[in-house]
Design a protein around this ligand. Structure first.
Ligand code: TXA
Ligand code: MG
Length: 322
């Protein structure tokens, strides 16, 4: 891939106009959402979507989320259902992605859904994402703005570190508040949780008034967050560490002595917001092993443990440290 100069844009009207212009020309523009930074491209432009896969080094069977400004725009892309309406009314704008049947002639690039007849849609809450989507006026494909398999970015600096020279621009909107990718629910068949996130399966169940099934690990992979090794730092990750071994870097939770603490007071929301940033920071210290305190498997702890388990999973193709 020829080297690009990656511009850093401020979330001002001028910066957003520049970002919109780049998107309309098929450029790749990373932008903040409330969950993590997304790597945006015009979702109707095959070439632009293809460039996302190249920039991320992403396996082509991983489909992308179409980000839109409002419910009406999501309805134009999908076979909207009553369950979609109920969840969208309750959680949008916000960190929930709905997978629905794709509408014929929706105009989306076929690459976006990687050959499936469904599409993932989300209305993000972050004001910068919202302004960008409004100004652009069409769906924006945006996976997390990291190289495939690596830690998701929660700061513009993380994006620059992984993507500099591979994308046209990043809009710097500061730190992402939630810090974990959106919850994904499949609604094309029976409601199925495809990726845990801040909005828990219990809340989805309560709002829908019907059970939400959990995907079994033996089922076909339809979300890359479902690949076993994912969100991986270069260091090996040791989970549920109740004591620390010499030479390890320590990622704590609760009242423990450690190198970085996800939440000294044991607050799950704080821990989720810090998770990827702290993994980035510890990994930058060139550790062999990052040891992590146990995180209670309750509420948001389910999503945190999901990401940690994947970060700790054996790697199929270990990335050399560069
Ligand atoms: O919070 C988020 O969702 C972030 C921000 C940028 O919005 N985006 C994100 O995108 O995490 P990505 O590409 O890293 O993860 C999208 C997930 C993948 O696991 C993908 O396989 C799943 O959505 N997905 C997309 N389309 C799908 C479909 N048609 N069926 C099932 N899963 C789908
Ligand atoms: Mg990702």
């Amino acid at each position: 891939m020829s080297e690009l100069t990656t511009q850093r844009l401020d979330p001002t009207p001028i910066g957003l106009a520049r970002a919109t212009d780049l998107l309309s020309r098929g450029g790749l523009v990373a932008f903040p959402t409330e969950t993590v930074y997304g790597l945006g491209a015009d979702a109707c432009n095959d070439h632009a979507v293809a460039r996302i896969y190249t920039a991320k080094g992403r396996p082509s069977f991983n489909p992308l989320i179409a980000h839109v400004a409002d419910i009406g725009a999501a309805q134009a892309l999908t076979e909207w259902t009553d369950q979609a309406e109920t969840l969208a009314q309750a959680f949008w704008p916000g960190p929930l992605t709905l997978v629905l049947r794709k509408r014929d002639n929706c105009g989306l690039s076929k690459l976006l859904s990687a050959g499936q007849d469904t599409v993932a849609v989300r209305v993000p809450e972050h004001p910068v994402a919202h302004s960008l989507l409004r100004a652009f006026g069409g769906p924006v494909a945006a996976p997390s703005a990291n190289r495939s398999g690596q830690i998701s970015p929660t700061l513009a600096d993380h994006v620059v570190k992984g993507m500099s020279g591979r994308i046209e621009a990043v809009v710097d909107g500061g730190r992402c508040q939630v810090g974990l990718e959106s919850t994904i629910i499949g609604l094309a068949g029976r409601p199925t949780l495809l990726r845990p996130g801040q909005i828990t399966i219990d809340r989805l169940h309560d709002i829908l008034g019907t059970p939400v099934f959990e995907r079994k690990d033996t089922e076909t992979i339809t979300a890359p967050g479902q690949l076993t090794s994912h969100y991986a730092p270069h260091a090996r990750v040791r989970l549920n560490a109740v004591d620390w071994q010499p030479g390890e870097l320590r990622l704590g939770f609760g009242a423990v002595a450690c190198d970085l603490n996800l939440s000294p007071s044991g607050d799950m929301t704080e821990a989720a917001a810090n998770l990827f940033e702290y993994l980035h920071r510890l990994d930058a210290q060139q550790a062999e092993v990052i040891a992590v305190s146990p995180i209670p498997h309750l509420g948001l702890g389910v999503a945190i443990n999901d990401r940690l388990t994947r970060a700790a999973a054996p790697r199929e193709t270990p990335e050399p440290r560069t």
